[in-house]
Design a protein around this ligand. Structure first.
Ligand code: SF4
Ligand code: SF4
Length: 472
């Protein structure tokens, strides 16, 4: 449709160009490599670590047990997951207030896998200029060979990432050989394929688009920023007016120019394709590649490093010395988040350490409400659903109270032996004389003393559960 002179066309969809960032070298690039190696070491290697004869960390969803080294969690412990989520949330608030997008730039899985895919690009196709040239070149045998090699490598990384992911939920030492014998369940295969594909799609296809358009954290984190939050910024005052410092310029002309030689290297290394010299932008993930690139240029041109650097808005505006940035770490907002973090952490650890390693659910037998036993007593039937959240065999000794005379039967004399990590059901009977339990429901209480097998005299722990007894 023709556009009238007083009309303007606004494009709602802008096709993005593939970004081929140049590989940055320097202090921060090394830090990023280190963090990527550390996070991937945890992700790929931890499932292979054994503890007490089983996988040290295993989220066994079908078995409804989560193992974290010596700690066994059961579904009733989901409350600790809430605590963990709270801890992560406040940890992120605290960390973002101090360090801005340090998480995004170094440790976020999206950044990590994008970076790994970029390493593969770089390894197989070469650096930025070669990649750009290859993309523009027509398809021929060489281009097909290079692309095939790259996608083969990407496939291996994604497949192994998918297998490692599944290995957090199913014993990996059985999973890997079973895979080679085509002996894995559909659910496990789906988990491997799904996570492998997500890695490929997010890390190779979508890349910076995820940070720009999909990540909610990128959107709300600005609410946690203040003027003392660490940001990466170009020093406009020092850099402008920018321009190439040509050899034929006079000393006076050179003196009137800023330190930025307009080499655009800071733009070429940027994985999200922005120009940091245009000011703070929400797309910036804080990866510091532009700092490394610019520092290298400053070294070559003989200007001091730090034209692009980690700083804060306040330091830039109020001309704080760098040392003042550290002093501003202890500000009320940081201390507030820190205090909440400490409280949540202490509560979580204390409750984890003191939690019961046995759970008992009392399930009333609905088939028999009440019956008379051989001794003329009224008897109710219950099923004790016992869930062990321990790596040790435990002994459970139940008792019941609620009437002047009350009897519990169905329990072995020396208590119920509960093997490590099992869920078991034990039927028991509770009886009392008719004069104590007239028609209707009467509250009774079960007490369960339990201890680790062989440690009876040392540590007896106790839990109580309420139940009801139906009278005649
Ligand atoms: S502007 Fe600099 S810090 Fe921000 S994403 Fe680009 S290279 Fe990384
Ligand atoms: S790398 Fe430094 S000198 Fe080069 S354009 Fe960027 S800010 Fe200017």
């Amino acid at each position: 449709m023709p556009v009238k002179p007083n009309e303007q066309v606004v494009q709602l969809y802008q096709e993005s160009k593939r970004i081929h960032p140049k590989m940055a070298k320097g202090k921060f690039a090394n830090w990023r490599i280190l963090v990527i190696l550390a996070t991937q070491f945890v992700f790929y290697i931890v499932p292979w670590i054994n503890w007490n004869g089983r996988q040290a960390i295993l989220f066994d969803i079908p078995g409804r047990h989560f193992y974290l080294f010596g700690l066994t969690l059961v579904p009733a412990d989901l409350i600790y997951l809430t605590g963990l989520l709270l801890l992560s949330a406040f940890g992120l608030f605290w960390w973002t207030t101090i360090a801005g997008r340090l998480w995004c730039g170094y440790a976020c899985p999206q950044t990590v896998y994008t970076e790994i895919m970029l390493w593969i690009d770089h390894l197989v196709e070469g650096d930025r200029n070669k990649r750009l040239k290859l993309d523009k070149s027509p398809w021929n045998a060489t281009k097909i060979r290079i692309k095939l090699t790259k996608y083969l490598l990407i496939f291996v990384v994604c497949a192994w990432t998918g297998i490692s992911f599944a290995g957090w939920f199913t014993p990996i030492r059985q999973l890997v050989p079973n895979l080679f014998h085509f002996h894995v369940s559909g659910a496990v295969l789906f988990a491997i394929a799904f996570y492998g594909f997500v890695t490929f799609f997010m890390g190779h296809i979508m890349r910076e688009q995820v940070c720009k358009y999909m990540c909610p954290y990128a959107r709300f984190q600005s609410a946690m920023f203040d003027e003392d939050t660490l940001i990466i910024s170009y020093d406009t005052e020092r850099g402008e007016p920018r321009g190439i410092h040509k050899k034929n310029l006079t000393a006076e002309q050179l003196a009137s120019m800023g330190d930025c030689v307009d080499c655009t290297l800071c733009v070429q290394v940027c994985p999200v394709g922005i120009d940091i010299r245009n000011g703070l932008q929400y797309e910036c993930i804080g990866c510091a590649a532009c700092i490394d690139a610019c520092d290298e240029v400053m070294d070559k041109t003989g200007f001091p490093r730090g034209l692009i650097r980690y700083t804060t808005e306040a330091a830039l505006e109020k001309k704080y010395p760098e040392s003042h940035i550290k002093n501003r770490l202890l500000r009320p907002r940081v201390l507030g988040y820190g205090a909440v973090l400490l409280v949540v952490f202490s509560v979580l650890v204390t409750s984890l350490v003191t939690r019961n390693t046995l759970r008992v659910d009392i399930i009333k037998d609905r088939g028999v409400m009440v019956r008379e036993n051989k001794e003329g007593m009224l008897e109710n039937l219950y099923n004790l659903r016992i869930i062990s959240a321990s790596d040790d065999t435990q002994i459970l000794q139940p008792a019941v109270s609620g009437f002047e005379t009350i009897k519990l039967t169905g329990v072995p004399e020396n208590g119920i032996v509960v093997p490590a990590g099992v869920t078991m059901t034990v039927p028991v009977q509770v009886a009392t004389y008719p004069e104590y339990a007239d028609k209707g429901s009467h509250p009774i209480e079960f007490t369960f003393n339990y201890w680790k097998k062989g440690e009876e005299t040392e540590k007896v722990r106790s839990i109580t559960e309420k139940a009801s007894f139906i009278g005649e």
